[in-house]
Design a protein around this ligand. Structure first.
Ligand SMILES: C[S@@+](CC[C@H](N)C(=O)[O-])C[C@H]1O[C@@H](n2cnc3c(N)ncnc32)[C@H](O)[C@@H]1O
Ligand SMILES: Nc1nc2[nH]cc(C(=O)O)c2c(=O)[nH]1
Ligand code: SF4
Ligand SMILES: [Mg+2]
Length: 234
């Protein structure tokens, strides 16, 4: 099985969600069925960049992961683009046989059988500010495909409208652990991020959530952005 890969990098730390701080290698796939207005990974989405994407099979991908990790099995995070538009069953089977574990980040628009083999499925449905529409039946199919695999929902919040939407989404899935992360409006890898404005957005999100009496979600910043800004490959 041939896969389109935008980049493989690490080990770094997982900067978002339930595994925050955990050493991981990232496999970032090329291609996405969405076009979020604020996507921070356009180099893995826009077909303008497709000539920079590698075409690799499972052996080549795991060889690169092993080279980066010095053959130490660790958590491998598959992100993108949308990894679910490609077939990662071969990579996951090969990696698991070598002791690696896999997490996957996807918006929940395409379900895959291999979700059931993940150590964590991160479903990140897109709020109104993204300009994308969520198909909840596709999202439900993703949850069903994951079977007993651990899963969380992680929603990016830019404004009050997004927050209200996230609260509504959480009522659909009361048993799904919810993580909120403030949106980063600056996604150009060549421009610096302003740490104070990221802190301000985090402060606003905590106030608007906890302060309004909504106490179930966990609220986390993008730790890698605080450390490295929008640099790629970290
Ligand atoms: C680049 S996406 C790739 C995986 C998948 N397509 C998805 O969106 O879940 C990885 C994560 O980054 C988040 N993200 C993308 N752009 C962001 C931004 N400008 N600020 C905060 N989070 C962002 C997405 O919502 C998703 O949770
Ligand atoms: N360190 C680090 N953590 C991340 N968590 C989610 C990422 C992503 O782009 O999917 C990401 C990323 O690109 N880098
Ligand atoms: S779904 Fe993910 S990768 Fe695709 S455009 Fe949106 S944030 Fe970017
Ligand atoms: Mg990212």
């Amino acid at each position: 099985m041939i896969l389109r890969i935008a980049e493989i990098f690490g080990p770094t730390i997982q900067g978002e969600g339930a595994l925050i701080g955990q050493p991981t290698v990232f496999i970032r796939t090329g291609g996405c069925d969405y076009r979020c207005s604020w996507c921070d990974s356009l180099h893995a989405v826009d077909s303008r960049y497709r000539h920079d994407w590698a075409v690799m099979d499972a052996q080549q991908i795991m060889a690169e992961v092993a080279r980066l990790s010095g053959d130490q099995p660790l958590m491998v995070s598959i992100s993108g683009g949308n990894p679910a538009i490609q077939d990662f069953s071969g990579v996951i089977a090969l990696g698991r046989a070598q002791g690696y574990r896999f997490a996957c980040e996807t918006q929940g628009s395409v379900a895959r059988d291999w979700f059931a083999d993940l150590a964590l499925l991160v479903l990140s449905p897109k709020p109104p500010s993204s300009g994308q529409e969520t198909d909840w039946s596709a999202f439900d199919a993703c949850l069903a495909a994951a079977k007993d695999a651990p899963r969380i929902m992680k929603i990016v919040i830019f404004d009050d409208h997004d927050l209200a939407w996230a609260r509504e989404a959480s009522t659909r899935y009361p048993d799904l652990a919810l993580y909120l992360q403030p949106g980063n409006p600056e996604t150009d890898p060549d421009l610096p991020v302003d740490p104070q404005s990221l802190a301000d957005r985090m402060l606003w999100l905590v106030d608007a959530t906890v302060g309004a009496g909504w106490l179930t979600p966990r609220i986390l910043p993008q730790l890698h952005v605080l450390i490295w800004g929008n640099r790629r490959g970290v």
